[in-house]
Design a protein around this ligand. Sequence first.
Ligand code: ADP
Length: 638
Amino acid sequence: MKKSKTGRGRQKSGLLPELMAAHQKRTLLIRLLSLALGAATIGQAVLLAQAVQRIFVEKAAPASLIAVFALLLGVMAVRTLLAHANGRIGLRIAADAKKELRARLLRTLAANPLITARQGQTGGKVSLALDTVDEADGYFSQYTPKMIEASIIPLLILIAVFILHVPSGLILLFTAPFIPLFMALIGIQTKHKSEEKFEQLARFSGTFLDSLQGLVTLKLFGRAKRQEREIERSSLSYRDATMDILRVAFTNTFALETIVMLGIGIVALELALQLVVFKNMQFHTAFLILLLVPEFYNLLKNMGTAFHGGRTSLGAIRNIELTLAENGIRETQTAGQSDNQSVRGNTVTGSTMMGSTVTSDVDAASDLGASRGDQTPAFAASQEDSVPEKSFPPAIELSELSFHYGSDAFTLNAGSLLIEPGQQIAIVGKSGSGKTTLLHLIAGLLPPSSGEVRIAGRALTQASEDDWFKHVTYITQHPYIFAGTVAENIAIGTDRDVSRTEIVQAAEAAGLSALAAELEHGYDTIVGDGGRGLSGGEKQRLALARAFLKRPSVLLFDEPTVGLDLHTERILMQAIAELSQQATVITIAHRLHTIRQADRILFMEQGRLIGSGSHEELLDTLPPYAQMVEIQRKGITT
Ligand code: ADP
């Protein structure tokens, strides 16, 4: 993984010291509390050793020890409270730091929304602002207080043990450094792994969101299964990165436990020798040291765990810092200036950045989800009733077809109608008249509320989704472009493996070859979320190239409403005309030229199909149609 030099440069000045500087008072308080905690820990051990000495060695009456027990309880309560207070302060620092990090991220990303939108996948950025910032939590809530505690309390215990018995103190002094030494070794190992983990997470989030946004496109091209495998692959890489870190963490814990056990064992052995063999130590002192030693090692061990958690959090903070640094530097550049993107975990490479709008099928997908909630599915679950191959292009029959989005919402009544194989159909009507809804019903993207759509004589609801989508291509006004190369985006058109030649041929047929020639990396240029932007016309041509690979027998097309340049329009029309030679084409048409060329025009008004016929027939029989044509003509001449 390469890192941008600028990012590293900023690292020196440090986001962390900046964030911690805001909490100097709180860290000072943690230090003072830790000092008190150390005193309480030693006090508790002294009182406990005294109680044991009095009861078991001096055989004192338990009643005489009430004051000692009360004091012991008091010290224990104080110790618990102090530990709790330290934890609370850590949580406060974490909450404030996370708020600050999110605010900084949003500020930086929002400072250059257009440039930011073009760089990196959206999922990666969402994951950065949510998950990565959450991962940073551990540094402030765990690592900082535990490290402060570990730098103060063991020192106090060590002094106490030295005062009590120098050899035991020396054992502690010589074994203790193994713990930080070991941690440093582990730290070096986990450092890259935790950064890698965030990289994998960002990649996984990016792929997941991209797939979700383009779900309808994937379904229509029968690519959902393949994408499922892609998501599986990136989720497995994330799992592997996490498991790697956990493996190191478990080994770490095991090694630390061993060091601690050995340390305590050696001290205990030495105390036993002093007590039993040399008889030059009092039981009270030996017991007190035995109580203090585990506390000493436990604190160092906690420091190990906190250190490991801190490493993961540091990886997260580092990622955030890099994003802030990159965007911070970009802020100073002039907008529109070309930018060599650095290759980051959540960034897709690209050498030039052009205007890009993030359009998605997600609206359609969520709409479908919402409206399909309590209705029958658009397709049969079984594969048995497949549509026979030989009947393609098929006759499409609407039978008393109606649909409503909800009880009080828009209702479409299309009635009954037969679209013969190979016909060119134009659906025409004002905006909001229900053209898209009708096309979605024909495509099988929406289930009819009543009536049915029949394909080659068989109800669409009885057909298998895969079988039907094998024959259909639906080119929306904003086809979804996945984050990937132009070639990969064209290859989405079919589920089989395609050669480069086939992709190039499909692109040529769709009029994309000139665009590919202009691109720096040709068909290998990264487009989609995080890549080079494509215009509406280019996206539609790319979708047509997918269709050329697929050669559908039913082509559904939503003609662009915005003005395309004449050249693009001609290319689109030619491509559609070529595809229509072996297909039934149903177009939501806005241009008079398209409308007039259709074999049959379906005229929609307020959700009803009020006319169907050729241009001439409708001109004579349907005044609203004649009126619309008149307006279009004036629009063209004026
Ligand atoms: P057109 O394509 O002719 O512009 P549409 O079929 O997109 O018309 O929409 C017809 C009507 O249905 C509009 O009033 C629109 O607001 C409504 N509509 C579209 N999608 C939904 C939806 N998912 N839920 C509720 N109403 C919708």
